[in-house]
Design a protein around this ligand. Structure first.
Ligand code: ZN
Length: 243
């Protein structure tokens, strides 16, 4: 079984299509694990939900998913994100709203726990430092934890009573060994690590490995849709910078 692991798609249909095509052309995938923020920021919220749901899918909720349907407020959002949430809300059909409303905050697949932010705060916490990682390991009732939210790919390995953040190197297969790990595959639809290419991962339970890949997509198509929808220019520009 191979799982395509995606995070922070953010209504970017061109990016999601490119990822699915790339994953299919490499070794294929049997299921999709989505780590939240399917919507928000980008121009195609409904089509992204529909494309994900056309596959075998396990998906957890992100802050933008719940904000778009009013399940959480946008007080903690910056003005750009809040504007995007309002626009997203105007685009969703009732089927999309009910799908997002019923997403769980935490899911388990094999020996992975899937969560958007962290196990302490699944919706809001950015798991980016030692203390947040230690806290999530203390709550982790499994071998591995998959997170999104920061849009920054990494591997975080549990070492005795400490953690070791490592770069999740593109194209390099990582064996899932006895040490527990927290893994962020990076963002499909709005990368923020300085590389505008979509980032995703494939887990293969036969080989016990996980690999991260990147794929280019036609950013200008997404940007043109965003301009036509009247999205803030800052959100349009950041896609080509990967920030
Ligand atoms: Zn996000």
């Amino acid at each position: 079984m191979r799982a395509l692991i995606v995070a922070d798609v953010h209504s970017n249909l061109e990016a999601l299509e490119a990822v699915m095509t790339d994953a299919s052309q490499r070794e294929g995938f049997d299921t999709v694990w989505s780590l939240g923020d399917v919507v928000g920021y980008g121009p195609d919220p409904g089509p992204c939900i529909d494309l994900l749901r056309s596959h075998d899918l396990v998906c957890v909720a992100g802050n933008h998913d719940f904000a778009a349907i009013g399940k959480i407020g946008t007080d903690e959002f910056n003005p750009f994100a809040a504007a995007a949430a309002r626009w997203t809300a105007s685009q969703l059909k009732s089927g999309h709203v009910s799908y997002l409303a019923n997403l769980a905050k935490v899911e388990r697949c094999e020996n992975f726990i899937l969560v958007h932010g962290s196990l302490r705060d699944p919706i809001w916490e950015y798991l980016v430092g030692q203390l947040a990682a230690l806290d999530s390991f203390s709550r982790l009732e499994s071998s591995y934890c998959l997170v999104g939210h920061s849009h920054m790919p990494f591997l975080c390995v549990e070492m005795d009573s400490d953690v070791d953040f490592r770069s999740f190197v593109e194209g390099k297969s990582t064996a899932l060994g006895p040490n527990r790990m927290i893994i962020n595959p990076g963002s499909v639809g709005q990368p923020r690590d300085g590389d505008p290419r979509s980032s995703y991962a494939i887990y293969d339970n036969y080989t016990g490995t996980i690999v991260r890949y990147r794929v280019t997509y036609d950013i200008s198509v997404t940007q043109e849709k965003m301009r036509r929808a009247g999205m803030p220019n800052y959100l349009v520009q950041r896609l080509s910078k990967g920030q």
